[in-house]
Design a protein around this ligand. Sequence first.
Ligand code: GTP
Ligand code: MG
Length: 208
Amino acid sequence: MKVTKAELATVGVKPEQYPKLFLPEIALSGRSNVGKSSFINKMLNRKSLARTSQRPGKTQTLNFYLVNEQLFLVDVPGYGFAKVPKKEKDAWGRMIETYIQQREQLKAVVQIIDIRHEPSKDDQDMYTWLKHFQIPVILVATKCDKIPKGKWDKHKKIISNVLGKHPDDPIHVFSSETGYGKDQVWGAILDYSKRKVELEVSPIDEES
Ligand code: GTP
Ligand code: MG
Protein backbone atom coordinates (compact mmCIF):
# COMPACT_ATOMS: atom_id res chain seq x y z
CA MET A 1 0.00 0.00 0.00
CA LYS A 2 1.30 3.42 -0.92
CA VAL A 3 0.85 5.69 2.09
CA THR A 4 0.33 9.21 0.82
CA LYS A 5 -1.10 10.75 3.98
CA ALA A 6 -0.77 9.80 7.63
CA GLU A 7 -1.60 11.83 10.71
CA LEU A 8 -2.36 11.39 14.38
CA ALA A 9 -6.05 12.23 14.13
CA THR A 10 -7.35 11.46 17.62
CA VAL A 11 -6.03 10.61 21.05
CA GLY A 12 -8.63 8.87 23.18
CA VAL A 13 -9.17 7.10 26.44
CA LYS A 14 -12.97 6.79 26.65
CA PRO A 15 -15.44 5.74 23.92
CA GLU A 16 -16.79 9.28 23.53
CA GLN A 17 -13.27 10.34 22.58
CA TYR A 18 -12.88 7.79 19.77
CA PRO A 19 -12.98 9.18 16.19
CA LYS A 20 -16.38 10.10 14.84
CA LEU A 21 -15.46 8.88 11.34
CA PHE A 22 -16.78 5.43 10.46
CA LEU A 23 -13.70 3.89 8.86
CA PRO A 24 -12.08 0.47 9.37
CA GLU A 25 -9.77 0.40 12.38
CA ILE A 26 -6.83 -1.95 12.97
CA ALA A 27 -5.43 -1.96 16.50
CA LEU A 28 -2.02 -3.00 17.77
CA SER A 29 -1.44 -5.30 20.70
CA GLY A 30 1.66 -6.60 22.40
CA ARG A 31 3.95 -6.52 25.38
CA SER A 32 5.33 -3.18 26.41
CA ASN A 33 8.48 -2.30 24.44
CA VAL A 34 7.93 -5.05 21.84
CA GLY A 35 7.80 -2.47 19.05
CA LYS A 36 4.14 -1.53 18.43
CA SER A 37 4.81 2.17 17.86
CA SER A 38 7.88 1.40 15.74
CA PHE A 39 5.70 -0.93 13.67
CA ILE A 40 3.26 1.92 13.01
CA ASN A 41 6.07 4.27 11.97
CA LYS A 42 7.52 1.73 9.55
CA MET A 43 4.12 0.91 8.05
CA LEU A 44 3.46 4.63 7.54
CA ASN A 45 7.01 5.46 6.31
CA ARG A 46 7.34 8.00 9.08
CA LYS A 47 10.37 8.11 11.34
CA SER A 48 8.74 9.33 14.51
CA LEU A 49 5.04 9.99 14.00
CA ALA A 50 4.31 7.44 16.74
CA ARG A 51 6.49 8.12 19.78
CA THR A 52 8.83 5.24 20.64
CA SER A 53 11.23 4.65 23.49
CA GLN A 54 13.81 2.22 24.78
CA ARG A 55 11.95 2.38 28.07
CA PRO A 56 8.71 0.36 28.28
CA GLY A 57 5.48 2.23 28.98
CA LYS A 58 5.84 4.96 26.36
CA THR A 59 2.38 4.76 24.80
CA GLN A 60 -0.32 5.50 27.39
CA THR A 61 -3.48 6.31 25.41
CA LEU A 62 -5.32 5.02 22.35
CA ASN A 63 -3.71 6.89 19.45
CA PHE A 64 -5.67 6.82 16.21
CA TYR A 65 -3.52 7.30 13.09
CA LEU A 66 -5.55 8.12 10.00
CA VAL A 67 -3.99 6.59 6.87
CA ASN A 68 -4.85 7.91 3.38
CA GLU A 69 -8.20 8.99 4.85
CA GLN A 70 -9.09 5.32 4.41
CA LEU A 71 -8.43 3.52 7.69
CA PHE A 72 -7.06 4.00 11.19
CA LEU A 73 -4.10 2.22 12.78
CA VAL A 74 -4.62 2.40 16.54
CA ASP A 75 -1.59 2.42 18.82
CA VAL A 76 -2.19 1.22 22.38
CA PRO A 77 -0.19 0.83 25.61
CA GLY A 78 1.65 -2.45 26.02
CA TYR A 79 0.96 -5.09 28.63
CA GLY A 80 3.16 -7.05 30.97
CA PHE A 81 5.51 -4.36 32.16
CA ALA A 82 6.11 -4.54 35.89
CA LYS A 83 7.40 -1.04 36.58
CA VAL A 84 4.19 0.81 35.74
CA PRO A 85 2.07 1.21 38.92
CA LYS A 86 -0.62 -1.47 39.16
CA LYS A 87 -3.45 1.05 39.28
CA GLU A 88 -2.31 2.58 35.99
CA LYS A 89 -1.79 -0.80 34.35
CA ASP A 90 -5.29 -1.87 35.35
CA ALA A 91 -6.72 1.34 33.87
CA TRP A 92 -4.86 0.75 30.58
CA GLY A 93 -6.13 -2.82 30.54
CA ARG A 94 -9.73 -1.66 31.00
CA MET A 95 -9.29 1.02 28.34
CA ILE A 96 -8.04 -1.53 25.79
CA GLU A 97 -10.66 -4.15 26.70
CA THR A 98 -13.47 -1.64 26.34
CA TYR A 99 -12.16 -0.50 22.98
CA ILE A 100 -11.65 -3.99 21.58
CA GLN A 101 -14.97 -5.36 22.83
CA GLN A 102 -17.15 -2.41 21.88
CA ARG A 103 -15.69 -0.85 18.78
CA GLU A 104 -17.74 -1.80 15.76
CA GLN A 105 -15.16 -0.39 13.34
CA LEU A 106 -12.41 -2.65 14.68
CA LYS A 107 -11.60 -5.08 11.88
CA ALA A 108 -8.54 -6.88 13.23
CA VAL A 109 -5.84 -6.72 15.88
CA VAL A 110 -2.18 -6.89 14.92
CA GLN A 111 -0.59 -8.85 17.75
CA ILE A 112 3.12 -8.18 17.88
CA ILE A 113 5.48 -10.79 19.29
CA ASP A 114 9.25 -10.57 19.62
CA ILE A 115 10.63 -13.20 17.22
CA ARG A 116 13.57 -13.83 19.55
CA HIS A 117 11.59 -15.00 22.58
CA GLU A 118 8.96 -17.51 23.54
CA PRO A 119 5.60 -15.74 23.84
CA SER A 120 4.99 -14.73 27.46
CA LYS A 121 2.00 -15.80 29.54
CA ASP A 122 0.51 -12.37 28.78
CA ASP A 123 0.99 -12.93 25.04
CA GLN A 124 -0.75 -16.30 25.30
CA ASP A 125 -3.61 -14.86 27.36
CA MET A 126 -4.07 -11.97 24.94
CA TYR A 127 -4.21 -14.26 21.91
CA THR A 128 -6.69 -16.58 23.65
CA TRP A 129 -8.80 -13.59 24.72
CA LEU A 130 -8.90 -12.16 21.17
CA LYS A 131 -9.87 -15.54 19.75
CA HIS A 132 -12.55 -15.92 22.42
CA PHE A 133 -14.14 -12.66 21.30
CA GLN A 134 -13.70 -13.71 17.65
CA ILE A 135 -11.53 -10.73 16.84
CA PRO A 136 -9.44 -11.45 13.73
CA VAL A 137 -5.74 -11.53 14.64
CA ILE A 138 -2.78 -10.68 12.40
CA LEU A 139 0.30 -12.20 14.05
CA VAL A 140 3.52 -10.29 13.50
CA ALA A 141 6.89 -11.58 14.72
CA THR A 142 9.00 -8.44 14.88
CA LYS A 143 12.68 -7.56 15.37
CA CYS A 144 13.68 -10.22 12.81
CA ASP A 145 16.78 -8.11 12.08
CA LYS A 146 18.08 -9.27 15.46
CA ILE A 147 18.41 -12.97 14.56
CA PRO A 148 19.86 -14.69 11.47
CA LYS A 149 17.39 -15.51 8.72
CA GLY A 150 18.25 -19.21 9.04
CA LYS A 151 16.66 -19.24 12.51
CA TRP A 152 13.37 -17.55 11.61
CA ASP A 153 11.47 -20.78 10.89
CA LYS A 154 12.55 -22.39 14.14
CA HIS A 155 11.44 -19.32 16.11
CA LYS A 156 8.15 -19.13 14.23
CA LYS A 157 7.46 -22.74 15.19
CA ILE A 158 8.13 -22.03 18.86
CA ILE A 159 5.80 -19.02 18.78
CA SER A 160 3.15 -21.05 17.01
CA ASN A 161 3.33 -23.90 19.56
CA VAL A 162 3.44 -21.74 22.67
CA LEU A 163 0.54 -19.55 21.52
CA GLY A 164 -1.53 -22.56 20.48
CA LYS A 165 -1.93 -20.73 17.20
CA HIS A 166 -4.98 -21.25 15.04
CA PRO A 167 -3.95 -22.78 11.66
CA ASP A 168 -5.65 -19.91 9.80
CA ASP A 169 -3.41 -17.27 11.40
CA PRO A 170 -0.07 -17.05 9.58
CA ILE A 171 2.90 -15.51 11.39
CA HIS A 172 4.29 -12.56 9.44
CA VAL A 173 8.01 -12.04 10.02
CA PHE A 174 8.73 -8.31 10.31
CA SER A 175 11.35 -5.72 11.16
CA SER A 176 10.77 -2.07 11.90
CA GLU A 177 14.49 -1.61 11.37
CA THR A 178 14.70 -2.97 7.80
CA GLY A 179 11.06 -2.92 6.71
CA TYR A 180 11.09 -6.66 6.07
CA GLY A 181 7.53 -8.04 5.81
CA LYS A 182 5.89 -4.66 5.37
CA ASP A 183 4.07 -5.38 2.10
CA GLN A 184 2.83 -8.71 3.36
CA VAL A 185 1.40 -7.20 6.54
CA TRP A 186 -0.23 -4.35 4.58
CA GLY A 187 -1.82 -7.04 2.42
CA ALA A 188 -3.30 -8.72 5.50
CA ILE A 189 -4.50 -5.41 6.96
CA LEU A 190 -6.20 -4.31 3.75
CA ASP A 191 -7.72 -7.74 3.33
CA TYR A 192 -9.36 -7.62 6.76
CA SER A 193 -10.42 -3.99 6.35
CA LYS A 194 -12.04 -4.62 3.00
CA ARG A 195 -13.51 -8.04 3.55
CA LYS A 196 -15.45 -7.02 6.63
CA VAL A 197 -16.69 -3.76 5.14
CA GLU A 198 -17.98 -5.60 2.07
CA LEU A 199 -19.75 -8.13 4.27
CA GLU A 200 -21.47 -5.32 6.11
CA VAL A 201 -22.60 -3.32 3.11
CA SER A 202 -23.71 -6.21 0.90
CA PRO A 203 -27.16 -6.78 2.51
CA ILE A 204 -27.99 -3.09 2.06
CA ASP A 205 -26.89 -3.29 -1.58
CA GLU A 206 -29.18 -6.24 -2.17
CA GLU A 207 -32.18 -4.40 -0.73
CA SER A 208 -31.75 -1.29 -2.84
P1 GTP B 1 5.20 0.76 24.60
O1 GTP B 1 4.62 1.97 23.96
O2 GTP B 1 6.03 1.06 25.81
O3 GTP B 1 4.20 -0.33 24.86
O4 GTP B 1 6.30 0.11 23.58
P2 GTP B 1 6.16 -0.23 22.03
O5 GTP B 1 5.65 -1.62 21.87
O6 GTP B 1 5.40 0.84 21.32
O7 GTP B 1 7.69 -0.24 21.57
P3 GTP B 1 8.50 0.85 20.72
O8 GTP B 1 8.01 0.92 19.32
O9 GTP B 1 8.56 2.12 21.50
O10 GTP B 1 9.94 0.16 20.63
C1 GTP B 1 10.67 -0.24 21.76
C2 GTP B 1 12.15 -0.36 21.40
O11 GTP B 1 12.36 -1.43 20.48
C3 GTP B 1 12.72 0.90 20.73
O12 GTP B 1 14.01 1.09 21.23
C4 GTP B 1 12.77 0.51 19.25
O13 GTP B 1 13.77 1.17 18.53
C5 GTP B 1 13.06 -0.98 19.32
N1 GTP B 1 12.51 -1.72 18.14
C6 GTP B 1 11.22 -1.77 17.78
N2 GTP B 1 11.05 -2.54 16.68
C7 GTP B 1 12.28 -2.98 16.32
C8 GTP B 1 12.78 -3.81 15.26
O14 GTP B 1 12.05 -4.34 14.39
N3 GTP B 1 14.14 -4.05 15.25
C9 GTP B 1 14.98 -3.53 16.18
N4 GTP B 1 16.27 -3.83 16.10
N5 GTP B 1 14.55 -2.73 17.19
C10 GTP B 1 13.23 -2.45 17.27
MG1 MG C 1 4.35 2.42 22.03
